[in-house]
Design a binder for this molecule. Structure first.
Ligand SMILES: Cc1ncc(COP(=O)(O)O)c(C=O)c1O
Length: 351
């Protein structure tokens, strides 16, 4: 007899291909990370804390929730911090899905949603994104039924970069009032649009955010979840009291003192680097999905060989297949200089 829940034995672990990556050796364009170091003030604050002789203490969060709530322009009671936004996603799914419930998770998308829904033994329903139509809003609405407990809106979506209009999100919130609608705003600072303010209107809305991407703190793991305060009160019962570590809190406090550092990076990526890669793709007649995020899902000829060639140039990108099985490369954008390096290598491959 299996000791653990039987369905777990049918699943695989989520193992992202992290092996052999080095920030020193490689230009890392494969995980949608910030490609430049974080604000030196963050390093300073971390070193100061480490040297203060307090590492043996459990974390004390102080006013970090209030500070993040101010940044996110929501009430303090509507927000909780989590161990990365992965944990925010997990908490919502664990709190709403029972075995046999349906979870609508449009595909292709970030693998964690499906992973966590399957851990709860939910039935995953996967309408498809299309390059032309974007998020399958009308399919989602017609698939929603009394068994639907979760609807995921990755906004913008990973790997396609697709943004979902606010009207579509509201239509889904209204069409499925008994399902939790999880809007993942992991790439918020790049996209610049949020529905966090709608949490006051819709009690079935959950918005996940993170300090991993634009802010560059993925290694420290601090995300947050926004929802009606009554929902947050319940979810706080599931999260462990120390799931967010003290160093993450110290880093985020320092980061929020200087949001310009992040804003300037975002501007460079979105206004210069991304348009440069889009222009290169158009010039070479290379197909890509319209993206509202800091990455482009491109479909270059000989994608496999190109990824290998880039690796020989110490540039890492992420192979991702579309629904038809066509291999694409998801390419993260960084500084202008890094994008120029990328384009030089791309030209070298095709010329
Ligand atoms: C869409 C999306 N949501 C959430 C995450 C998880 O981010 P975090 O580091 O906050 O757990 C990622 C990471 O790649 C992502 O792409």
């Amino acid at each position: 007899m299996n000791l653990l829940k039987p369905h777990l034995y049918q699943m695989s672990a989520y193992e992202p291909p992290l092996e052999g990556r080095s920030a020193k050796k490689h230009l890392l364009l494969d995980f949608n990370e910030r490609t430049l170091p974080v604000d030196p003030a963050i390093e300073k604050a971390l070193i100061k804390y480490i040297r203060s002789g307090a590492l043996q203490k459990y974390p004390a969060y102080g006013d970090i929730v209030a500070r993040i709530a101010k940044y996110a322009k929501v009430e303090e009671g509507s927000l909780m911090i989590t161990n990365g936004s992965d944990q925010a996603i997990d908490l919502v799914i664990r709190a709403v899905c029972n075995a046999g419930d349906e979870a609508i998770i449009p595909a292709p998308s970030f693998a964690i949603y499906r992973q966590f829904a399957e851990v709860e033994n939910a039935t995953v329903v996967e309408p498809l994104y299309t390059k032309e139509g974007g998020y399958p809003t009308s399919d989602v609405i017609s698939l929603a039924n009394s068994k639907t407990r979760l609807i995921v809106i990755s906004n913008p979506n990973n790997p396609s970069g697709t943004g979902v209009p606010r009207e579509d999100i509201e239509a889904i919130l209204q069409a499925a009032p008994n399902a939790a609608v999880l809007v993942d705003e992991c790439y918020f600072e790049y996209y610049g649009k949020t529905v966090a303010d709608l949490c006051e209107t819709y009690s079935n809305l959950f918005v996940a955010r993170t300090f991993s991407k634009t802010w560059g703190l993925s290694s420290l793991r601090l995300g947050f979840l926004i929802s009606e305060s009554g929902n947050i009160d319940q979810l706080l019962k599931i999260r462990g009291p120390y799931d967010v570590n003290q160093l993450a809190v110290i880093a985020v406090e320092a980061a929020l003192e200087n949001p310009e550092y992040t804003k300037n990076y975002v501007k460079e990526v979105m206004k210069k680097s991304k348009p440069a890669l889009e222009k290169w793709c158009k010039g070479r007649k290379i197909d890509f999905w319209p993206s509202s995020a800091n990455f482009l899902w491109t479909f270059p000829p000989q994608a496999d060989e190109l990824a290998e060639f880039l690796q020989t140039k110490n540039i890492l990108v992420r192979p991702k297949k579309d629904a038809l099985g066509r291999l694409g490369l998801r390419i993260n954008l960084g500084s202008v200089e890094q994008t120029e390096t990328l384009i030089l290598s791309l030209n070298e491959f095709y010329d």
